[in-house]
Design a protein around this ligand. Structure first.
Ligand code: NAD
Length: 500
């Protein structure tokens, strides 16, 4: 009998009453390691009610006190981040060092949120008219829902909840059912940091739990991250009931390599960004665009490096771990078959991998395709696995045209030694996050993270000042206070006021 991974409500574990559960596996062994509770509507109501009951008290808690608790959470998380990394590796499969990197990037958002007193400061204009002043303030929304994907079970929720909580909201987090334990560990850490019960809650489950969050009148805003079809669905359904929604979707990220680039650097970065976390990153590079006759040399360098990668259990010092589930592994492998059938050249074949891990693990080695046709499914679809495609263009303009025609617009990279080309690229390209000689341009916490086109529905990106604005509402107050020593001038004035 495997352990039940529960919901978290009113500051305590809650097994739920639905009787529904889902299996959680260790991808490196294939063994079922736990069962996660799947909420029904009643469980969801209970969790959301906990957040709603805590909302007023938390919003009225002073900014100083709220920030102190977020800071205490930061200290605990920093001290114990290796525990969280181990939980991530056990359920997601990514190698430990990568899991630690994920926690560290999330921690940066916690640190950003510790500056909330500065971030929610309003403006004040004295004397806009005679005796009239104007000031602005930002206030929390109430209960906010966060629905997260499997690929970053700690970092993606941390893009949102530190900002939401520091700004005075209460949270219902619906993690991925594939790796749900990180969320419960985080909830326990919040309690230890002194967060009042009900401010941070976890609702486990599948579509039933998601729909309950989307439809609940108590939930005022939804931050979603996941695949594009579900992001679109979440955006449409939640905004129908008047909620504020940011829904970050899938990606197909290109890396353009110009003939003047350092090809060794470009090859290193293509391999790191293509195969890190087994390609299960929304900012992974999945297409290398070799411009102007460098294709053969670049592909040879990428292939040499790809062949050195050690694939295995993430706890054993491997470079790359397994895929998250057997179903996902099989889906990615089917793309490898499809790419070969479509005539692309298989330069490195991940199907031949000899992993250092369990025989039943969800293994697929890094796969490199060359001469990929842009009409084939390995180019058109988000594969979300360790499959890197190389396409070739004659010119810079063709490369930009290809990328701008792509329905996704999450991340892109340019490798060049020409500053003028880099400057032109960052102007021309229709993508939200751009790296120049940097392959995975994930913005720092004090900037905002988000793509364009089918990679984001809604208009607010995550964290940074856009995140603060997403989780707060603005008010502007215009007030008139005359000098007590001067008798006010009264009288009726029905015309629209002309300031003087
Ligand atoms: P997913 O869309 O399958 O699931 C995301 C969340 O939605 C999960 O919590 C899941 O339980 C829920 N969900 C799944 N199906 C649903 C349905 N039919 N109705 C309602 N809710 C549903 O995504 P995933 O496989 O967990 O994650 C991988 C995807 O996330 C990739 O497409 C990746 O590009 C994307 N992603 C995007 C970003 C970004 O910043 N743009 C970041 C990370 C991941």
């Amino acid at each position: 009998m495997t352990a039940l991974i529960p919901h978290w409500v009113d500051g305590a574990r809650f097994d739920g009453t639905s009787g529904r559960t889902g299996d959680v596996t260790n991808p490196a062994t294939g063994a079922v390691s736990g069962r996660v509770a799947f909420a029904d509507a009643g469980d969801a109501d209970r969790v959301i009610a906990s957040a709603a009951a805590a909302a007023r008290g938390w919003a009225e808690t002073s900014l100083t006190k709220r920030t102190q608790i977020v800071f205490a959470f930061r200290e605990l998380l920093n001290a114990r981040k290796s525990e969280l990394a181990a939980i991530i590796t056990a359920e997601h499969g990514k190698v430990l060092d990568d899991a630690l990197g994920e926690v560290t990037r999330g921690l940066e958002v916690v640190e950003f949120a510790c500056g909330m007193p500065h971030l929610v400061k309003g403006a004040y204009s004295e004397g806009v008219s005679t005796g009239v002043d104007v000031h602005s303030k930002r206030q929390p929304l109430g209960v906010v829902g966060i629905i997260s994907p499997f690929n970053f079970p700690a970092m993606v929720p941390m893009w949102f909840f530190p900002v939401a909580i520091a700004a005075g909201n209460t949270v219902v987090l619906k993690p991925s059912e594939k790796d749900p334990s990180a969320a419960v560990w985080i909830a326990e850490l919040w309690k230890e940091a002194g967060l009042p019960d009900g401010v941070f809650n976890v609702l486990q489950g599948d579509k039933v739990a998601v729909d309950a969050v989307l439809d609940s009148p108590e939930v005022k805003a939804v931050s979603f991250v996941g695949s594009t079809p579900i992001a679109r669905y979440v955006y449409e359904r939640a905004s129908q009931s008047g909620k504020r929604v940011q829904a970050l979707g899938g990606a197909k990220n290109h890396m353009v390599v110009l003939p003047d680039a350092d090809l060794d650097l470009a090859a290193d970065q293509a391999v790191s960004a293509g195969f890190g976390s087994a390609g299960e990153r929304c900012m992974a590079i999945s297409v290398v665009v070799a411009v102007g006759g460098i294709g053969d040399e670049l592909v040879a360098k990428i292939a040499d490096r790809t062949r050195t990668l050690a694939v295995g259990d993430g706890t054993r010092g491997s470079d790359m771990g397994p895929l998250v589930t057997k179903a996902h592994r099989d889906k990615v492998a089917s793309y490898v078959e499809a790419g070969e059938a479509a005539g692309a050249k298989v330069v490195v074949d991940g199907r031949d991998v000899q992993p250092d891990g369990g025989a039943e693990g969800f293994w697929l080695g890094p796969t490199l395709f060359d001469h990929v046709d842009v009409d084939s499914s390995i180019y058109t679809d988000e594969i979300f696995g360790p499959v890197l495609s190389v396409v070739r263009t004659e010119t810079y303009d063709e490369a930009v045209e290809l990328i701008n025609a792509n329905p996704y617009g999450n991340g892109v990279a340019l490798f060049t030694s020409n500053g003028g080309a880099a400057r032109k690229f960052e102007h021309d390209i229709e993508v939200g996050m751009i790296g120049i000689n940097v392959p995975i341009p994930v913005p720092m916490a004090y900037y905002s993270f988000g793509g364009w086109k089918n990679s984001l529905f809604g208009d607010s990106h995550a964290h940074g000042i856009e995140g603060v604005h997403f989780f707060t509402r603005g008010k502007v107050i215009t007030s008139r206070w005359g000098d007590p020593a001067v008798k006010p001038v009264g009288g009726l004035e029905l015309a629209f006021p002309k300031n003087s």
